[in-house]
Design a protein around this ligand. Structure first.
Ligand SMILES: Cc1ncc(COP(=O)(O)O)c(C=O)c1O
Length: 420
């Protein structure tokens, strides 16, 4: 019997949507107000914001704001109109590409309007039906969606597990010998949830044994890792072994847009084959001029990254000294793992925000195993040691309250309503 298309939607709101009535406006879709900074307002209260990916503190930097405003004044927010290929190309787009290429030590780059669609199209354009994709099982949704577009075979390997990758490369190689195709391996430079760096060096070393090309999504590494800030490839000394490098402007660059970098011949090909760029309006000038300014500041103001790491080190070592479990982070991403149910996690986060003025993201099952609470903190160059100190003190108190069962009692009615 046929059904109304919407019937399933009326019945099942999806794994996150089902929490909407309990969580919306507070735990999800919260409204942070005020200028982007280490301290903002949430529901009228001052909070230390540990959930904004403005790693280098550029989002609200006066010099950046000035260039953004001037560009808006000079060009409006429409210019240029049309897709790059048709009528949306400018010398400033080219200049930004050239400067990005030099910064990440690649021959060439191409701008992407959004990282998400851009990397999907990159994966789509790099592989044909005969090719095989081998990718980390914990990859970001945009990589998974890119792989979904692929008409041929794909294998996941266990997260950051080189033995598992080798096994899958053996399988993929056998298959490729039959199909006559090639192999694309995909990893992230930094895994954004847990903060581990992808094992880029070990993966690159497998090129001695296997024939594959290597794509790295370095959304969290760009600007934060490596001597010059060129990312996880620079940090691990394998930038040359990365065949296609990707980074977004959504984090260290504090903007919108992204880019891919590779040998000139590969970028020339992608330029004519990235469907999400060929059939979409060009990145507007305000973003292009804004990105040129931000890149210039990343290159010339090493103190931004130094201050970021001063805060990262103070926060992470302070938490570790107090016995908190930060898992396996090797980056600025600071995950704090606690034990508790989803209702307890909600009560705990509410306590942190209302009584200690600390705003961080909360991650629970099914993103992490049941019974674990992950509080995710993103330090930035804007934070101060006072912010760190207040946060460390608050974390010690909330852990004690969690262990004493305070949040269990506070959340008993929510737990009952949720059937937990
Ligand atoms: C690892 C990773 N890749 C890609 C993206 C998508 O980039 P964008 O926000 O530019 O669409 C993000 C989020 O910003 C990300 O965290």
């Amino acid at each position: 019997m046929m059904r109304d298309l919407f019937e399933k939607i009326y019945k099942d709101k999806g794994p996150l949507g089902k929490w909407a009535s309990l969580a919306e406006g507070y735990f999800v879709f919260p409204k942070l107000e005020g200028q982007i900074s280490n301290r903002m307002k949430f529901q009228g209260k001052d909070v230390i914001t540990w959930s904004i990916n403005d790693y280098l503190g550029l989002a609200n930097h006066p010099e950046v704001r000035k260039v953004d405003a001037e560009a808006a004044n000079d060009f409006g927010s429409a210019y240029p109109m049309g897709a790059r290929m048709m009528s949306g190309h400018t010398s400033l787009h080219e200049q930004l590409q050239n400067e990005l290429a030099e910064f990440v030590s690649k021959e060439s780059t191409y701008l992407l309007n959004f990282g998400y669609q851009g990397i999907m199209s990159t994966i789509d354009a790099l592989v044909a039906k005969d090719d095989i994709i081998v990718y980390d099982v914990d990859s970001h949704a945009c990589i998974i969606d890119g792989v979904r577009l692929h008409m041929g075979k794909r294998f996941t390997y266990k997260h950051n597990d080189i033995e598992s990758l080798e096994k899958n490369l053996e399988r993929a190689t056998k298959m490729a010998e039959q199909t006559g195709g090639g192999i694309l391996v995909i990893s992230e430079g930094v895994f954004g949830m847990r903060g581990e760096q992808g094992k880029l060096k070990e993966i690159a070393a497998l090129k001695d044994k296997f024939n594959f090309r290597f794509l790295v999504d370095d959304a969290h590494g760009f600007g934060t890792l490596g001597k010059t800030g060129a990312g996880a490839g620079e940090e691990q000394g394998v930038q040359d072994e990365i065949d296609v490098y990707f980074a977004t402007f959504a984090k260290s660059m504090a903007s919108t847009g992204a880019f891919i970098a590779a040998d000139k011949e590969i970028i020339d090909y992608l330029k004519y084959n990235l469907r999400s760029q060929m059939f979409a309006k060009s990145l507007q000038m305000q973003l292009v001029k804004g990105a040129l300014k931000r890149l210039d500041m990343i290159r010339t103001m090493p103190e931004l990254k130094e201050n970021l790491w001063k805060i990262v080190n103070a926060l992470q070592s302070g938490l570790r000294e107090r016995g908190f479990d930060l898992g396996t982070t090797q980056s600025c991403v600071t995950p704090v793992y606690l034990k508790g149910s989803i209702p307890e996690a909600m009560a705990l986060v509410k306590d942190l925000r209302e009584n200690y003025g600390i705003f961080c993201s909360i991650v629970v099952y099914p993103v992490i195993p049941k019974g674990l609470i992950l509080l995710r903190l993103i330090p930035t160059s804007m934070h101060t040691l006072v912010d760190v100190d207040e946060t460390l003190k608050a974390f010690s108190v909330i852990r004690e309250r969690l262990e004493k069962g305070v949040y269990k009692r506070l959340s008993a009615s929510v737990a009952a309503a949720m059937g937990e």
